[in-house]
Design a protein around this ligand. Structure first.
Ligand SMILES: *Cc1c(COP(=O)(O)O)cnc(C)c1O
Length: 460
């Protein structure tokens, strides 16, 4: 029998209890948290859709692999097992672990900047990637297609680069001032939206034309490969590993948060195709930042769990279920008329709260109002991705207005069932039905940096 949505290609062997709270308790907890769900204790959350980063479930093969971890400081056998797996997937010559994605960024990005006044150009920089570019004294320029900002408009590869914008930026800055082109797959910031192979190839051709290095920010490269398989002409019968390999063939460097498509709770990766000189410099820099090059901030057992997880994340039946889970939640919301980013991406459903709550001005944070209402409704924790996250303009001190006021419902890997997602949809539909009456929020304390994590609010 054909199922409309894929079945989970695994069964449950170990469980972790979760508990529902009462509405009264949630009112109290949310007030104590300063109306900021980042300040809640996870015990007070029933379904936690804050992030898909490091929150997935490991397989029994991964738990088994932990037992053979080699904790040697240098030359660990676990490192060599991980290195072999990464070389086989990417075809790259040089591999170093890092403690997570931002660890890989802090080692590689400064080494790619040759002089003052350089820029990186991306489809969209992820926040920590942008931060490391700026800390290293360069600037981050985004050139995603305009379609990604129109949530109701269907486009199969909303994560794509706008190639004309990309070329304009290269010419405007001068190719000698472009430190690298960063291909973020999937494009997290705009909804986990994939980048097509055609677009990746065109970006690569342009990078070669101007003599610029290409970096893949590959936290969700396996999910991106799966979208290429199901949405791009000519890939339906191509194995996922072959598609992934073609993505890597079109770049020089991989930076990866392994907390996503590595299927581990902590870990990151650096892989470099053939630039031995860049690798040597990164080996020098990684020691004081992350640790010795054969452990990079990870325990030996973490490297073994990652070596296994990287392979599992490329299995097609796993990916089919993973992507269908996200699509299922999106379909439930669409059927009830809740405005979301379409099509759904790889790791999350993004709800367009600007459309849900037109009565709330951007600087009273419509997506935060919906996030809080959803927590009160059913103990579901989502996250604001809008003007609160964006922060203030450093020159004027005024609140910047985000292109979109989104609430992200992020699905951890192999963690929740369709019943949990039904419950999330039911709660959100109830909130959406009274969204026109929701009120905005104002700061009682605003933290100066990354304000969304620690600021406190009161409802207006
Ligand atoms: C998560 C993420 C990072 C940073 O990785 P961490 O493991 O959280 O440090 C970088 N880029 C993208 C696209 C990500 O999703």
């Amino acid at each position: 029998m054909e199922n409309r949505y894929a079945l989970p290609p695994y069964k449950i062997k170990m469980i972790e209890p979760i508990h529902q709270t009462t509405h009264e308790e949630r009112e109290k907890r949310l007030a104590e948290a300063g109306y900021n769900v980042f300040q809640l204790r996870s015990d007070d959350v029933f379904i936690d859709l804050l992030t898909d980063s490091g929150t997935g479930a490991m397989s029994h093969f991964q738990w088994g692999a932990l037992m053979i971890g080699d904790e040697s400081y240098a030359g660990s056998a676990s490192y060599f097992r991980l290195e072999a797996v990464v070389k086989r997937i990417t075809g790259y010559n040089y591999v170093m672990p890092a403690h997570q994605g931002r660890g890989a960024e802090q080692v590689v990005i400064p080494e790619m900047i040759a002089h003052h006044g350089m820029v990186f150009i991306s489809n969209t920089h992820f926040d920590t990637t942008r931060a490391h570019v700026e800390i290293a004294g360069a600037r981050a320029v985004d050139t995603a297609i305009d379609a990604c900002f129109d949530t109701a408009h269907y486009h199969p590869f909303k994560g794509n680069f706008d190639l004309a914008k990309l070329e304009r930026e290269i010419l405007a800055h001068g190719r000698e001032n472009v430190a690298g082109i960063i291909v973020t797959v999937t494009n997290n910031a705009v909804g986990g939206q994939p980048v097509s192979m055609e677009n990746i190839r065109a970006v690569r051709a342009m990078a070669i034309k101007y003599g610029i290095k290409t970096v893949i920010d590959g936290a969700r490269y396996a999910e991106n490969a799966y979208f290429i398989k199901i949405r791009e002409a000519g890939y339906r019968d191509v194995p996922i590993r072959t598609i992934a390999r073609e993505m890597f063939d079109n770049a020089d460097v991989l930076l990866m948060s392994s907390k996503k498509d590595g299927l581990v709770n902590i870990g990151g990766l650096i892989a470099i195709k053939d630039d031995a000189e860049l690798f040597r410099r990164c080996q020098t820099r990684i020691v004081p930042m992350e640790g010795f090059p054969t452990y990079g901030g990870l325990a030996g057992r973490d490297m073994d769990a990652l070596a296994v997880g990287l392979g599992e994340a490329l299995e097609e039946d796993y990916l089919r279920y993973r992507i269908d889970e996200v699509r299922y939640l999106g379909d439930r919301l669409l059927a009830a008329g809740v405005p979301i980013q379409v099509p759904t991406g790889g790791h999350a459903v993004f709800v367009d709260c600007g459309k849900l709550c037109p009565q709330i001005p951007f600087d009273q944070f419509p997506a935060l109002a919906v996030t809080n209402a959803l927590y009160l409704e059913g103990g579901v924790r989502a996250v604001e991705i809008g003007s609160l996250l964006l922060g203030r303009n450093p020159d004027t001190g005024k609140n910047s207005r985000a292109e979109l006021e989104l609430m992200r419902l992020t699905i951890p890997r192999r963690t929740y069932t369709f019943q949990h997602l039904d419950y999330v949809a039911d709660c959100l539909v109830a909130v959406a039905n009274r969204a026109g009456a929701l009120k905005g929020l104002t700061f009682t304390y605003e933290s100066p940096v990354l304000r969304h994590f620690t600021s406190r609010f009161k409802p207006l």
